[in-house]
Design a protein around this ligand. Structure first.
Ligand code: URA
Length: 209
């Protein structure tokens, strides 16, 4: 089975579970889209109004900014894979609850397993928390680290960049880190924090996916 076919199977699995949280209140499932062979996977928070309407991730204002950020590193949206931690829109765009994130985690994990990206870029604190449960985004943004063999780069959510000029400047800079990681991962990872190195070598660390 091709990666695309495997992803379609996971999408159908979600759609067949109508009892998943948020499912009854959303217009449609927003599974994710992009190149199944992508080297880079972006993980956001949850679908918003436009994503819920169109069934595609990051197509509203935050999505348009994400597209610009992706283009700023010489890539097209079609060359990466984009998804969210939860696949249905929370009412009034509220934050997803821990139980909702947990319910959708097996599907996100399957997406990661199928795509096997070299780099995962987390957008905002909810997807960051999946990989770095104790981290503060203001402290770790733009710092790549290797987690379970994948380079994870935590970044600010584009919606936060739209609200604050300083976050916008930081986000623009952080995006350039992706370019550096693609060109020479080892040299960038060498500068990664001591905390992340300790985390990687901790034998008691639970596998994340
Ligand atoms: N914000 C997200 O986190 N994801 C989307 O798909 C859109 C907005």
């Amino acid at each position: 089975m091709s990666k695309r076919e495997e992803l379609t199977k996971v999408e159908q699995e979600i759609k067949s579970h109508q009892d998943l949280p948020l499912m009854s209140g959303c217009t449609q499932v927003v599974f994710g889209e992009g190149d199944p062979e992508a080297q880079i996977m972006f993980i956001g928070e949850a679908p918003g109004y436009w994503e819920d309407q169109k069934g595609r991730p990051f197509v509203g204002n935050a999505g348009q900014l994400l597209d610009k950020f992706i283009e700023s590193i010489g890539l097209k949206r079609s060359q990466v894979y984009i998804t969210n931690v939860v696949k249905c829109r929370p009412p009034q765009n509220r934050d997803p609850e821990p139980s909702e994130i947990e319910a959708y985690a097996p599907y996100l994990n399957k997406q990661i397993e199928i795509i096997q990206p070299k780099i995962i870029v987390t957008l905002g604190r909810f997807s960051m928390n999946k990989f770095l449960p104790k981290a503060k985004i203001s402290e770790v943004h733009g710092q790549p680290r290797r987690i379970n063999g994948i380079i994870v780069i935590p970044m600010f959510h584009p919606a936060a960049a739209l609200r604050s000029t300083s976050v916008m400047e930081a986000a623009k800079k952080d995006f350039q880190v992706i370019k550096q990681v693609l060109a020479d991962p080892e040299s960038v990872l060498e500068t990664s924090t001591k905390e992340s190195k300790e985390r990687e070598s901790d034998p008691n660390q639970m596998p994340l996916f």
